[in-house]
Design a protein around this ligand. Structure first.
Ligand code: PGA
Length: 255
């Protein structure tokens, strides 16, 4: 359970170094009045994490990585570990995003190992789960998302004070401008919440897991999704890469 609604911005590979710095600085200033009621987490491109972390000093905005590997160190060319991210004060890691599953062939098994590694090092994983349009048409959406959730966690028990964020991101809604209907998103997240209750003791399912939605959210739609109970936040791509719309989303859910 999250105490504040989370607005997590995934900047993907969309911004240059200069644009990243400018957006981070704009957010630092613009989000400041809302920090007590909204949790803002940003995931810039990996090479910019260090700079952004330094720019954000004095702000409550937190850093997320767009990926993390499952080993702490060694001969793994191109990969980044949880201890390396923690060195940069980056406490969150997006794991199993549909773009990585698609372009990098990331499997449920890899997602599972990454989640285990992140939790072992006290990072907060943001696990992305979602069905394709065809799977939805076939009527197997619930089955698919439950399976992904089970495979990602598969015996992992979060420590008492650990947090795990589950992001329901229907693949057909990511980057398409075609968001999932808020009621349907809530129903599917309820399915995931019930699956968590089947997998864990009730207090763990309730207290250690945060459930959020992602897929074509913007400042005009965000308020229809967040209810602080089933949908406790959003993971946003496109609309988080522009200062006006990112601030608009924060304002829309601030209390
Ligand atoms: P979008 O991306 O907001 O551009 O649909 C969401 C995501 O990739 O998490």
């Amino acid at each position: 359970m999250s105490s504040k609604p989370l607005v997590i911005g995934n900047w993907k590979m969309s911004l240059t170094y200069k644009q990243t710095g400018e957006l981070a600085m704009g957010l630092k200033k613009g989000a400041q009045p809302f920090e007590s009621s909204v949790g803002v987490i940003i995931a810039p491109s990996t090479p910019y994490l260090d700079t952004v972390g330094k720019l954000l000093k004095g702000s409550q905005i937190q850093l997320a990585a767009q990926n993390v590997f499952w080993q702490a160190e060694g001969a793994y060319t191109g990969e980044v570990s949880a201890p390396m991210l923690l060195d940069l004060k980056c406490q969150y890691a997006i794991i199993g995003h549909s773009e990585r599953r698609k372009y990098l062939r990331e499997t449920d098994g890899m997602v599972h190992k990454k989640v285990g590694h992140a939790l072992e090092h006290n990072m907060i994983p943001i696990i992305c789960i979602g069905e394709t349009f065809e799977q939805r048409q076939e009527g197997i959406k619930d089955l698919i998302v439950m399976k992904q959730l089970q495979n990602a966690l598969n015996g992992i028990v979060p420590a008492e004070n650990a947090r795990v964020i589950i992001a329901y991101e229907p693949i057909w809604a990511v980057g398409t401008g075609q968001a999932c209907d808020p009621n349907e998103a809530k129903e599917t997240i309820q399915v995931l919440r019930h699956a968590l209750i089947d997998m864990y003791q009730k207090h763990i399912a309730k207290n250690n897991f945060i459930t959020i939605y992602g897929g074509s959210i913007d400042d005009t739609s965000i308020a229809n999704y967040i209810d602080n109970e089933i949908i406790e936040g959003v993971l946003v791509g496109g609309a988080s890469t522009k200062l006006d719309s990112y601030l608009g989303m924060i304002k829309a859910v601030a209390t």
